[in-house]
Structures are given as C-alpha cells and as structure tokens.
Design a protein around this ligand. Structure first.
Ligand code: GLN
Length: 446
C-alpha cells in the first residue's frame, strides 16, 4: 500500500507508469499474506514489482507505448506474467516504454517521455525507460523489461541499475508483443544482481508456446552468486575501447576491470573484428522483422481504428497512419523496402550474412575467455530532445549493445561509477546459457 501511494504521489515527475493496477495489487498482496501464513511462500511472494507494457496482462491495458494499442486490453497473460503470478509477486502496474520498443530514449512513447531520476532533464534510456526510471526512483525494487538491441542494458546503465538480458531462448517470448522476433528477449532491471537472480529463477525455462524457447536446464541462479571468481578470464575487445570513447568513460570501465583483477580474474585483450558492422546489420534485420510483425496492427482485429472508414483500404491506411508514431513508421518503411523483391539480396540477405560473421567473432573469443567486458554506452544519459531530430545519432547509441543480440548471447549492465555526475555501466557478455556466471561476476563486483 505504501509503495502504491508512493507511485501515485511521485510518478507525476517521472511518468514511468502507463497504468497503475492498484486494486489488483492489493488483492495480490492479500493473497501473498495468506500464502506466507500458510508457509508455502516462494522468494518473490508478496514482493512488489511492475511489468514493462510490452507484456500482455489479462484484463489489463497493454499498450506497448503506442496509440495503436491504446485501447487494447489483453485477453491473456504472457508466460512470464503468469510465472510471476504463480510465484505470488505483486505487480503494481505497467511501465512506460518507447513505442513498440523502438528507441533508446523513451521519447517515442505515445504516453510521453520519461524523466531520468538522476537528472529530470535527461532521458532514462530506452526502450525500457519506464522500467529503469521506476526502479531508480525506488517506486519498485525490480521490473521486467525486454532487450532487442540494448533496451535493458542501456536504460539500466543510464539509471545506475543492474540490467540482465538473458540468452535468446532462455525466457519465453509468448505474450511479449513482438518487435524483431529473432532478437527480442525478456529480462530484468533491478538494483542488484541478486535481485536479478531471484527474478530470473522465476522467468527462465521452457515454454511450449514459444517455438524458439529452449529446453535447457534452469539452475537456481542464487546458488552460485557467492562463488569465487578467481581464475576467471575476462576478454577486453579492442573495438569496445575505441579512441573516440571519452577518457572518462574508458576510466570508469577500466576501474571496474581493475576491481575484477583484484578479485583474481585474469584479463585478456581480444578482438571482435566485425563490431562496426553490427549497427548497419541490426538496422536492416530489426526493421525487416518489425515490418512483418506490425502488419497485424490493421485496425480490424484489435487496437486503434480510424473514424468512419470509407472502404477497407481507407481503414488500413488511416488506422495505421494515425495509430503509429513517426519512428515506428520509419522502421516499417525501411523494413518493407529491405525485404522487397529486387532489394532483398542486397540488404536483408547481406545483413544475415553479416550477422553470422558477428556470431563467429564471439564464438572465437569464447574459446579463450569466460566473459567479455566493455562499456554499455558511449556516453552517460543525454538530454531530452538532444537526439530526437537525428535518428542516426539515436541508432549510434546502440553501438556496444547490439552485437550480442545478433549473436543471441546473454549480457548484463552493472553500475560502475559516475561520469559528469551521472551513472554509467559496465557491460558483461557471457557465452550461451551462462547467466549463472554473469550473475556471479556481477554480484562479486557489487
Ligand atoms: N535502440 C534499439 C532500437 O531502437 C534497441 C531497442 C530494443 O532493444 N528494444 O531498436
């Protein structure tokens, strides 16, 4: 109840929530009390948190930050929503995000921009900006989020939090509104790695409803948090410490790596030579997949519908024209173009070939190292409005985060200091299904 009041009183300044589900939260809290009294509570029973508004919640508005879904009440729960319900966690509502998870600043949301609690004139990052702001403002101790090209790690870094993007296939995508299906992965934004472990314990696992979800053993991620990391080999990709990365950013990350050396880790320089191709490949593949995924938003079956359509073409045109914001339209157009006959080989096919090269870079690196470390972002949080008129500048924000989505690898953002009085993050990249090692390394640092 106290947290709900806090959300109601304080969120006006951050705009991190789109929907507050007060009644449901109180009912869940009551049920959690009963369950605790009966002695069958799980770690998360009664623990408050909130969901990014990309996850379908039965009977609750699920907007994905878009006018297109501003009237969409999901008729079912996403698998991970169900997982948290079963665990008895208490969801306070649905968190703001960039429209359809496209963006790096939370400025493309139909529900307005979100303020970074560290400096309200700055962005919290995106697309999971609401998740990060709500945790940073202490409105909830943890939040679900999703990461297609950095949307968990970048906002976590900008808000001084811990972000975990699991291996592609570790967590079910069923009921998570699709942006780019071969890249999207659900994860968490929390204050600590320990909290992330507790949340991942609930979310991870096989789900027959998602054909890309892997049937791979789920350990108890808590059990290995306190393992020693002595002897761990951490690779430092030369491409992540470029000369145009500011001295302050380099220093913050290098200080963190020095800490790891003190804890007994070994550091090894490595190369991921195709890093520079990650942004161009991603900004073909992601729009291509989004242009297909978003074709279901047609004004007929659900979501926004224009007034007085004249005929079916008018209905499609105006519903989509009025329902989608400019960034979403830009991506749909890029994607449709890249997939069109005559251009497919030049763009989409090439991008897929580049994707394989990037995956191979990581495979080579992981023959020699256990984890890879580098910065999460090129800069700390930028000012609102600073990059809105220049989409390419916004896309360049993703330089360090995007490659691992193309490879399907897990990654974390761990707070590692301040630059210009703003928090910045250390990125840790693990091999496939190596979340336990990532969480262990992050926990030892914290
Ligand atoms: N900033 C990237 C994009 O706009 C990543 C978004 C995400 O991970 N959902 O596509």
């Amino acid at each position: 109840n106290e947290l709900l009041n806090r959300v109601q009183q304080r969120d006006a300044q951050y705009n991190s929530f789109i929907t507050v589900t007060a009644e449901q939260a109180l009912a869940q809290a009551k049920a959690a009390d009963t369950r605790r009294a009966a002695g069958n509570a799980s770690d998360l029973t009664g623990v408050p948190f909130a969901h990014k508004d990309i996850f379908c919640t039965n009977g609750v508005l699920t907007t994905c930050g878009s006018k297109m879904l501003s009237n969409f009440v999901a008729p079912y729960d996403a698998t991970i929503v169900d997982n948290f319900n079963q665990a008895g966690a208490v969801s306070l509502g649905k968190l703001n995000m960039d429209e359809f998870a496209m963006g790096s600043s939370n400025e493309s949301s139909f529900y307005g921009a979100v303020a970074n609690p560290w400096d309200k004139d700055r962005v919290p990052g995106g697309s999971s900006g609401g998740s990060a702001a709500a945790v940073a403002a202490r409105l909830v101790p943890g939040a679900t989020a999703s990461d297609t090209g950095g949307s968990i790690r970048q906002p976590a870094a900008f808000c001084g939090l811990t972000g975990l993007k699991p291996t592609y296939g570790r967590v079910s995508r069923w009921g998570m509104i699709a942006y780019a299906s071969s890249l999207d992965q659900a994860g968490t934004i929390t204050r600590t790695a320990e909290d992330a472990a507790l949340m991942l314990n609930v979310m991870a696992g096989f789900d027959a409803k998602d054909s890309t979800c892997m049937n791979h053993e789920v350990p108890d991620y808590r059990n290995t948090l306190n393992n020693s990391i002595a002897g761990l080999t951490i690779g430092l990709p030369e491409e992540y410490f470029r000369s145009d990365l500011s001295a302050d950013m380099q220093q913050a990350v290098r200080n963190a790596i020095a800490e790891y050396e003190k804890l007994g880790a070994k550091v090894k320089p490595i190369s991921l030579p195709n890093t520079h191709l990650a942004i161009p490949a991603y900004y073909i593949i992601a729009p291509a997949e989004c242009s297909a995924n978003l074709s279901r938003m047609d004004g007929v079956r659900f979501g926004y519908r224009c007034d007085n359509p004249q005929d079916i073409n008018d209905l499609y045109k105006r519903s989509r024209g009025e329902g989608f914001g400019p960034e979403v339209k830009r991506r749909i157009m890029i994607g449709a173009y890249a997939l069109s006959a005559g251009f497919y080989d030049a763009y989409y096919k090439k991008a897929q070939q580049v994707r394989r090269l990037i995956k191979n870079d990581f495979a080579e690196a992981f023959k020699e190292v256990d984890l890879i470390a580098g910065p999460v972002t090129p800069t700390p949080a930028f000012k609102r409005g600073e990059k809105t008129t220049d989409p390419v500048a916004m896309y360049l924000e993703d330089i360090f985060t995007i490659a691992l989505n193309l490879a399907g690898l897990p990654g974390m953002s761990v707070p590692c200091g301040m630059v210009n009085n703003l928090p910045v993050g250390l990125q840790l990249i693990g091999n496939y299904f190596d979340e336990a090692r990532l969480l262990n390394a992050a926990h030892q640092f914290q």
